[in-house]
Design a binder for this molecule. Structure first.
Ligand code: C5P
Length: 259
């Protein structure tokens, strides 16, 4: 294999230079962190599952007209994506109170919110990704007003679509995080959805039992994180056989079956 240039190594992913200019390879690791990397660990096979789940969600979002960085999955742990300039804002979309919202405002976890809440955090690990207001974004020029219009309306559309998608498989989408990037087409920059969508950055609760099927199992030492991630993949139809714990390259599986 030819040596690839590593561009960036994050907490859960590594980015390599892609095969063509303007492309990037996103490699999904099994590493898990929480509380701004104060807690570290591994979730066996997480990278493989998140690669598949994120591919699935991004592909379905593209079908409803959301522009995304996703081009195609390359293998079990890697996907090819468009190179973007990441907007230094984490967009948190909330439907039900949980996590830092519950802590900050003293609202019991699980309380449905009167309407979807969008929050913004400044992407800076050394500062612990602090919560910011739209005024900070405008004041410091992190995104323009037009870009924030695109970002907020896309976040709401993504939430509507994903809430329905997960409800259809018995999962409540409590909250999640999105990242956006600027994709340059000549001099013109367009906002597109970037990063990943997986149980690492979503709170997913079973609709009947409220069982947590996301990274809170790791954050809160609940155990069973591998099984929870697998359960989400299984319900999305991404595991080849009912009850199988093996997440597979579905294309290879189909090819094998048709032989
Ligand atoms: O911790 P908090 O309640 O603010 O998280 C809200 C949502 O955003 C959760 O689904 C969490 O997984 C996600 N999140 C994330 N990365 C961060 C902060 C939050 O994926 N840095």
């Amino acid at each position: 294999m030819t040596r690839r240039r590593k561009i960036y190594e994050g907490k859960a992913k590594i980015l390599y230079e892609g095969p063509e200019p303007g492309t990037i390879i996103q490699y999904f690791k099994d590493d898990a962190t929480a509380f701004n990397a104060q807690k570290k660990g591994t979730i066996n096979g997480k990278g493989v599952i998140n690669n598949r789940i994120s591919e699935h969600v991004f592909t379905r979002l593209a079908h409803i007209g959301i522009p995304t960085h996703f081009i195609r999955r390359l293998n079990m742990r890697e996907q090819l994506v468009k190179q973007v300039e990441i907007v230094p804002i984490e967009v948190i979309v909330r439907n039900v109170a949980a996590g830092t919202l519950s802590k900050r405002l003293g609202i019991e976890e699980g309380t449905p919110l009167p309407h979807t809440l969008l929050e913004y955090c400044y992407k800076d690990d050394s500062l612990g990704d602090p919560l910011i207001a739209e005024e900070h974004i405008a004041c410091f020029g992190w995104a323009t007003q037009e870009e924030m219009q695109d970002i907020s309306s896309m976040a709401i559309r993504v939430n509507d679509f994903m809430s329905g998608m997960f409800a259809g498989i018995g999962i409540r989408l409590v909250d999640f995080k999105l990242e956006f990037g600027r994709f340059f087409d000549g001099d013109f920059a367009r906002i597109i959805l970037a990063d990943e969508i997986s149980p690492d950055g979503c709170r997913l609760w079973d609709i009947e039992t409220n069982e947590k099927l996301d990274k809170d199992r790791f954050r809160r030492d609940l155990g069973g994180e591998v099984e929870a991630y697998q359960e989400v993949a299984r319900r999305l139809g991404l595991l080849p056989d009912e009850g199988s714990s093996e997440i597979m390259d579905l294309d290879a599986h189909r090819a094998k079956k048709s032989k």
